[in-house]
Design a protein around this ligand. Structure first.
Ligand code: HEM
Length: 343
């Protein structure tokens, strides 16, 4: 006796409508008589060829994955700062092992090893997000998106190596600085991925007058100088990550002054950008919001920076300062990319 299938009709290959069909180049309405036409179910081959299903999933999940990349990279910047600020940088004194021959800390090693080990575990979360993003980008089939997702995925092993060298050099401040800067760059790269999903692959077309494009570039460039200078201030300061870690030997007061001077230059450029987007008619709201966000982050960072400087660098404030640095990397990248669009 024939099996009693439920009387539900599944869609046939090529019958899918809407954007998914366009994305993967399936001609809507293409029918395959004999395969699906009169049958209640598509054959196994039809199901395997039903690429639109999978591609639709990639289209749906690509944006959440890109946003998750932004969040994950900001997250690991903050957990890395917690390691340094709690003096746990050498909680696991070796790398890739935590301690002689073991990847995990012993109970006797204390709280610092747990903190450092937990941060190493966060790397796996970032790696999982990066791999998922890469796989989705690959299934999406857009070379530009795939390139950025590949760089983001490559950043994880690169950071694992830099982090390892940082531990093996007993927290050399120049490697600590590099380690943070690469993560901040990955935050920016993840933002680039999000923006790319709103654009085509044609040449970029400015959405604002050239003066505003140059201001956005200026904010981005000076913003990076501020970030770099900040890491050198840290290298000269008290929060080394371990009591035995070397310092860079520079004067923290002079460096803080330089860091703050650059911040004032950055604020000047950003205020100019915020004013300009309000005076130029037809500026897209996206650009206005981006400029406002950069200014808001900078003001908050400036306040935290001064307060922490004059109150002896309390660790909680310094942790928020590092979070602010990651948010600034995201915001200024967004502004840089919002002033133009690829079609
Ligand atoms: C847009 C504003 C600012 C940004 C983006 C910024 C960014 C940074 C960054 C990236 C670091 C390095 C963090 C680390 O290595 O873990 C840092 C450290 C530091 N910043 Fe700023 N900063 C800003 C404003 C200021 C201001 C106005 C001051 C006031 C003097 C200041 C004082 C400091 C100090 C003292 C440190 C060293 C903290 C430590 O020793 O751990 N910052 N900043």
């Amino acid at each position: 006796m024939a099996p009693d299938y439920p009387r539900r009709r599944h869609s046939c290959i090529g019958e899918r409508r809407g954007p998914a069909a366009d994305v993967v180049g399936v001609t809507p309405g293409t029918h395959r008589p004999g395969r699906c036409g009169g049958a209640d179910y598509p054959s196994l081959v039809d199901q395997m060829l039903a690429v639109p299903h999978r591609e639709t999933r990639a289209t749906t999940w690509m944006r959440p994955a890109a946003v998750a990349s932004v969040v994950a990279n900001i997250g690991i910047v903050v957990t890395g700062a917690v390691v340094r600020l709690t003096g746990s940088g050498l909680g696991c004194p070796t790398w890739p092992h935590c301690t002689g021959g073991s990847f995990v800390p012993h109970r006797a090693m204390g709280v610092h090893s747990v903190i450092e080990f937990s941060n190493r575990m966060v790397t796996f979360v970032v790696a999982a997000v990066a791999i998922t993003t890469f796989v989705l980008a690959w299934r999406l089939g857009r070379a530009s998106v795939l390139r950025v997702a590949f760089l983001l995925a490559l950043g994880v092993p690169a950071q694992a190596v830099i982090g390892g060298v940082t531990v093996l050099t007993e927290l050399n401040p120049w490697f600590v600085s590099l380690h943070l800067l690469v993560s901040l760059a990955m935050v920016g790269l993840a933002v680039r991925l999000v923006r790319l999903l709103d654009e085509g692959d044609g040449p970029p077309r400015p959405l604002v007058p050239p003066g505003m494009v140059w201001l956005a570039r200026g904010v981005f460039g000076v913003g990076w100088l501020v970030l770099y200078a900040g890491t050198i201030v840290t290298g000269s300061g008290p929060h080394a990550g371990d009591a035995s870690a070397p310092r860079n030997g520079l004067d923290p007061r002079d460096l803080s002054q330089l860091h703050a001077d650059l911040v004032f230059l950055l604020l000047g450029l950003t205020v100019a950008a915020v004013v300009l987007v309000r005076t130029v008619p037809d500026t897209p709201p996206l650009v206005r919001r981006a400029a406002d966000t950069v200014l808001a982050v900078e003001l908050a960072q400036g306040v935290i920076g001064f307060v922490q400087y004059f109150t002896g660098l309390p660790v909680v404030l310094v942790a928020f300062h590092v979070l602010g640095a990651a948010l600034l990397s995201a915001a200024m990248t967004w502004l840089l990319l919002a002033v133009r669009q690829r079609t």
